[in-house]
Design a protein. Structure first.
Length: 214
């Protein structure tokens, strides 16, 4: 597995601090289960967090020193950024307890031609679901009111941010507007957790949103 897109520092930090929602935590856990590079970064953050707690109060840490720590994490040698974590199933272990071991056995619900969804139980305002999109299909351009975390499980897509393949994670916030296009020759399947409903930027998207329930 050749992973090119990783989790954001801020997301990892929130995850380690237990400050992300249930859906986002599931996506982060799924990415970590296949990405040694991000596992390494989490271990470092946990070590730093433990050391800070031992030294005294976390509130004594200035924003600047926190930024410095995060920059140093980024400056770590990148030899682990392209990794091949052994995994016998396309379904990451944290997801398997929800859907079993095969993406093909999931009871997909067809929304429109070339688009299927499978919702996962979630808490709060956010939505956590699996999305399966046929080759050549594109989503309506949209932005987000909060974060959107997407772990690629099969196939690939391209958007304004880059090209995402199996194992990659797209860690997006409300500054990004994108329109993913599936460019693999087979269906693209991904796990998505959104904090809030998406905000479509095109009229077609706005009209279709209530219809698609997306
Ligand atoms: Zn990673």
């Amino acid at each position: 597995m050749n992973i090119k897109h990783h989790l954001d520092e801020a997301t990892l930090f929130s995850y380690v601090a237990g400050a992300v929602g249930q859906g986002a935590a599931l996506v982060v856990a799924c990415h970590l289960s296949v990405c040694e590079h991000c596992q390494h970064r989490v271990r470092k953050l946990e070590t730093i967090g433990g050391a800070l707690l031992e030294k005294g109060s976390l509130s004594a840490v200035s924003d600047n020193s926190l930024l410095h720590v995060l920059e140093r994490l980024d400056a770590e040698p990148l030899e682990t950024s392209v990794i091949s974590a052994p995994q016998d199933s396309e379904v990451p272990r944290p997801l398997a307890s929800y859907v079993g071991d095969s993406l093909d056995d999931i009871p997909w619900k067809k929304v429109v031609s070339g688009l299927w969804i499978h919702n996962l139980p979630s808490q709060g305002e956010g939505v956590t679901r699996l999305l399966r999109v046929a080759p050549g299909k594109t989503a309506f351009p949209h932005t987000h009111r909060g974060s959107e975390l997407t772990q690629l499980l099969r196939g690939s897509y391209s958007d304004d941010v880059g090209r995402f393949s199996s194992g990659d994670v797209a860690d997006l916030d409300d500054r990004i507007t994108h329109q993913p296009l599936v460019d693999s020759d087979h269906d693209c399947i991904c796990l998505i957790a959104t904090e809030f409903p998406l905000r479509y930027t095109s009229l077609m998207g706005k009209l279709a949103q209530p219809l698609l329930g997306l």
